[in-house]
Ligand binder design. Sequence first.
Ligand SMILES: [Zn+2]
Ligand SMILES: [Zn+2]
Length: 347
Amino acid sequence: MIKTKGYAAASAKAPLGPYAFERREPREHDVAIDIKFCGICHSDIHQAREEWGEAIFPMVPGHEIAGVVTAVGSKVTKHKVGDKVGVGCFVDSCRTCAQCQRGFEHFCAKTPVFTYNCREKDGTPTLGGYSDKIVVDENYVLRMPDHLPLAACAPLLCAGITLYSPLKHWQAGPGKKVAIIGLGGLGHMGVKIAHALGAEVTVLSQSLRKQQDGKRMGAAHLYATSDPDTFTKLNDSFDLIINTVSSPMDWNQYLGLLKVDGSFVVVGIPDKPVPVAAFSLIHGRHSVSGSMIGGIRETQEMLDFCAQHHVACDIEVIPIEKVNEAYDRVVKSDVRYRFVIDMASLK
Ligand SMILES: [Zn+2]
Ligand SMILES: [Zn+2]
């Protein structure tokens, strides 16, 4: 077994603290990774605080994992020692269902094996990336961009693919007008990727406080949603709106901003069901859809796209001792734009 150091939550009420545990020795198809950086995703906080139902404790969160390969199993062909690699939201899936066969492992009919707060096929609880080492099957390990800072690429593995997948699916590109609601960890990736895809990007944010940042990331326009005029001015404007915000809002107002055949796509997760009026849909043949991360093939495509277009996340790097403080700041949306833990601080 491989001795591993990390940070874990012992219970829903407990702050995260140092935790020693063991990883399996690499099997034939496994890759052993020294974790260099791990992003902090809002869903880490929801799960560590057991806000999404029954959780497995002790919990080592983290699914934006970037590191370097230190060993490979005898049958590994996809990665070699020294490669910069990443691990995202899941580390296995059934591999046989129709979704897995299509490369949609994230929609696996038997549920993917999530990187933490889940169980391996043999029942072992999965422990995530707030740790110095991880062992993962080669088919669920991604190649990271070679020429971009590894820390800034870690959040691509959740925040990046969460936006890339719907932008591609709904064909954001030249001639398309795309609005991103919210300029946080998810939203800022949406702006950068949609811009790199060639779309005209508008940020819809509560205030104009982040205007400079939004423009720097590639937004052509920013509008404050606290200003009621915004909704009159932008009526019938967008081919695609991606909503990254999980706090309560009236979706019907935003549906009015879509052109005919426009789509409103949800990637944020509000606590409660949101009412949608039929008239918001039938007038303009509008759609409301959702999207969740992406499969391995598409995640690799996203990483290659980001490498080619020099797209990475805006991050604040922190030592792991500050993880609890960082959690409180994420909850208050006080981060520009993603926290990334430097795992050297574990030593
Ligand atoms: Zn995430
Ligand atoms: Zn499956």
